[in-house]
Design a protein around this ligand. Structure first.
Ligand SMILES: NC(=O)c1ccc[n+]([C@@H]2O[C@H](COP(=O)([O-])OP(=O)(O)OC[C@H]3O[C@@H](n4cnc5c(N)ncnc54)[C@H](OP(=O)(O)O)[C@@H]3O)[C@@H](O)[C@H]2O)c1
Length: 301
């Protein structure tokens, strides 16, 4: 079974239900040659994963360029994939000694145009504001969103790591539907279930994207008592289903009614293939709650 698409109905746009993340591209033990990157893109496409999650800053501002060099070599790939990128974080360096956020219209235009150049594409499917900027002027930001869409450089804008009120504030000014709120969520960080993030997605009819779904790999290398209990619960369910622990974990995300979209962070081809098999192992309500209980170290009230 191939990874299905998920429709963002308000935006009239779909992406694959699992997205492949580019944050750790430069950490791949097999290297970052165009051949290696192409291998991973082709594996993803063969599994139905056609959406790739970038950010300008990934790999010290180099991962978009590495990916783009691969696209440049095989231009036919461009029509087969969807590209999400993020901007708005300014890493400290000689020009900017203080790490900061910048959501000014000049910076968003500069970043989007730089991503287009580095990725060697003429449009980005989705651009997300990477972090909420306390100095964000929603009118200025919504204005540049509109302009970049009109210029055909970006199809959809959204946000990442926004609280519900920050999301609502920007949405109240921006006339088009924000595409998503990409947030951290995994068994060791379950806040979005309880702080309104996923409620807002259901209410506003968008699908949250989930970053670090395996807690940066910590799920598989548990240390604390709670982490060990969570891993052993995942193992117990996996054994019953004759599945992988990773497949039970991804299935846990897929159960949520808001239609979560986990972003895979592994550089390992076998692990990408395994994740794509998660759709064959739906969880019962009790299995879902037993993972939550192990992860939080307490039963629900
Ligand atoms: N919006 C944001 O602020 C934000 C923040 C962070 C990340 N992201 C996005 O989310 C994506 C995923 O985040 P992430 O990289 O932290 O994902 P993750 O899956 O939580 O972490 C990936 C790490 O876990 C290991 N891992 C993954 N699956 C494994 C498995 N089945 N068994 C053992 N180890 C496993 C990987 O090692 P191997 O490579 O060796 O498998 C890698 O070191 C990023 O690429 C990025 O696109 C967004």
């Amino acid at each position: 079974m191939k990874v299905p698409q998920i429709e963002f109905t308000k935006n009239n746009f779909s992406i694959s239900r699992l997205v492949y993340g580019i944050w750790r591209l430069h950490e791949d033990k097999e290297g970052t040659s165009p051949e290696r990157i192409l291998e991973k893109i082709e594996v993803c496409l063969s599994l139905g994963i056609d959406t790739f999650d970038h950010a300008d800053i990934y790999g010290g501002f180099e991962n978009e360029e590495l990916f783009g060099k691969t696209l440049g070599k095989i231009p036919t790939l461009k029509s087969k994939i969807k590209i999400i990128s993020k901007c708005g974080i300014q890493i400290p360096g000689p020009k900017f000694p203080t790490k900061h956020y910048n959501t000014s219209k000049e910076h968003i235009r500069y970043s989007v145009e730089r991503s287009l150049r580095k990725l060697q594409v003429d449009k980005l499917d989705v651009v997300l504001i990477h972090r909420p900027d306390p100095l964000m002027d929603p009118y200025e930001l919504a204005g540049i969103f509109e302009v970049l869409i009109k210029e055909g450089k970006v199809l959809h804008f959204g946000v990442s790591n926004f609280t519900t009120s920050q999301f609502q504030m920007l949405q109240s000014v921006y006339k088009k539907p924000l595409f998503t709120n990409q947030v951290e969520f995994h068994p060791f960080y379950t806040e979005p279930l309880f702080n309104g993030t996923f409620d807002q997605a259901l209410e506003s009819n968008f699908h949250p994207m989930v970053w670090s779904p395996t807690a940066g790999g910590r799920i598989f290398t548990p240390k604390s008592e709670r982490e060990l209990a969570t891993f052993s619960k995942l193992q117990e369910i996996a054994k019953l289903k004759s599945s992988g622990v990773d497949q039970v974990l991804y299935s846990w995300f897929l159960n949520h009614p808001s239609g979560l979209v986990p972003i895979l962070g592994t550089n390992d081809i076998k692990r990408i293939q395994s994740a794509a098999g998660s759709f064959s192992y739906p969880l019962s309500r009790m299995e879902w709650f037993s993972i939550l209980e192990a992860a939080r170290g307490m039963e629900v009230a």
